[in-house]
Ligand binder design. Structure first.
Ligand code: PHE
Length: 369
């Protein structure tokens, strides 16, 4: 980051009056938590991939959904908005809500930014995971960086109606139709209803796979996106509230036409991975096996440590050494639970010791045990 340009992934972007990315945000770009083996977000991504690989198999046993998790979060403003029919005066384009590198490039605000390019490249079914950036107010619910999983499935006339008796007589499109709350002007109602059914069923099955047998209740809420119609949000019951989990809908035909797939219809969804993690891990903690606690304390190095490094552990106590006032110590409480049975003290001590060693080695802290 310099006075007149910004370098990301060895690309230099000249600054202009749209530039508002900060050095702090840029330092997180490329950390790709969803690609770090055993990170909670990676784990959830793998579960979703696994579900789609197993549920959608081609005639020769090949997976039908391709997975893309390495697309650069630096996109053209046009990809993030125009390609999705989001007009320039739409509130989501506001400078205060997004991170712009300059007037042509930005950090993607959603994984939908890649829908058009992937459809244009000829894909009919794909999943896409990535880090996304929004300049919201930061509080416990809103982080400027989070992760999404996008899914898209397209249907030809034949594919959609293959399972319907005399389906060859039905059609995806009609020429003199009207846009109603149920459908777009170019779509037939019967096609929309089948696509909508397939979408909701795919996502309901996904949640069943992720949450297991005693699953959280879900509900569908009508909503609006410029790039889908009709559009829905799925909400999941969690700790007495309804939590928004994903947005989805029947893709706008104009988008498909501009991507060279005007003869097909499709659905799309965009799922928040942190939200899913919250429900999934919240659920694990509420299972009946007993919990064991153990604290870990260490002296911080003079610099280069942030609390987030100690991912999702609870900060119990901050303590400054009375004599050496510059030295700070942190204490974290680690909560242990075996997924299938009661964890023993001995088992916990082995794991706890390994965490202490890893913290010393990787975070350059000094143990206070
Ligand atoms: N991109 C939307 C969001 O971030 C979610 C979405 C994806 C909605 C795909 C519809 C279709 O809120």
């Amino acid at each position: 980051i310099s006075e007149d340009s910004i370098e990301v992934f060895s690309h230099v972007h000249p600054r202009d009056d749209m530039t508002n990315v900060t050095a702090k945000i840029l330092s997180t770009v490329g950390s790709q938590l969803h690609n770090r083996p055993h990170h909670p977000l990676w784990l959830i991504k793998e579960h979703i991939k696994d579900h789609f690989y197993r549920s959608y198999i081609g005639r020769t046993g090949n997976p039908l959904f391709s997975v893309h998790d390495n697309l650069s979060p630096v996109v053209m403003v046009e990809q993030n908005f125009d390609s999705l029919l989001i007009p320039p005066d739409h509130p989501s384009q506001k400078k205060v809500d997004n991170y712009y590198l300059n007037c042509t490039h930005m950090l993607r605000a959603h994984t939908s930014a890649h829908q058009k390019e992937l459809v244009r490249s000829g894909l009919d079914r794909f999943l896409l995971a990535g880090d996304v950036y929004r300049r919201d107010e930061i509080d416990s619910d809103h982080n400027p960086v989070f992760h999404q999983m996008e899914g898209v499935r397209l249907f030809s006339n034949h594919e959609l109606f293959a399972r319907v008796k005399n389906g060859e007589e039905l059609s995806l499109f009609e020429s003199a139709g009207r846009r109603t709350p149920q459908k777009q002007e170019t779509h037939t109602l019967e096609a929309v209803k089948l696509v909508e059914f397939d979408l909701k069923q795919a996502l309901t099955h996904l949640m069943r796979h992720l949450f297991g047998e005693d699953r959280n209740p879900i509900r569908w809420v009508d909503c609006y996106f410029p790039f889908t119609h009709p559009s829905f949000e799925m909400e999941v019951r969690f700790q007495g509230d309804w939590l928004e989990m994903l947005g989805c809908g029947v893709m706008e035909q104009e988008l498909l036409c501009s991507a060279g797939a005007g003869n097909k219809m499709g659905w799309a969804f965009g799922l928040g991975l942190e939200r899913l993690a919250m429900v999934l891990f919240g659920k694990i903690y509420s299972l009946s096996n007993p919990l064991l606690f153990s604290d870990i304390s260490f002296w911080l190095p003079a610099e280069g440590y942030t609390e987030n490094d100690f991912y999702d552990l609870e900060l119990v106590d901050k303590f400054t050494h009375p004599k050496k006032e510059i030295q700070m110590s942190h204490c974290y409480r680690v909560v242990y639970r075996h997924m299938e049975r009661t964890l023993t003290q001995e088992e916990m001590h082995i794991i706890h010791g390994a965490i202490e060693q890893a913290a010393e080695k990787e975070l350059r802290v000094q143990g206070r045990y």
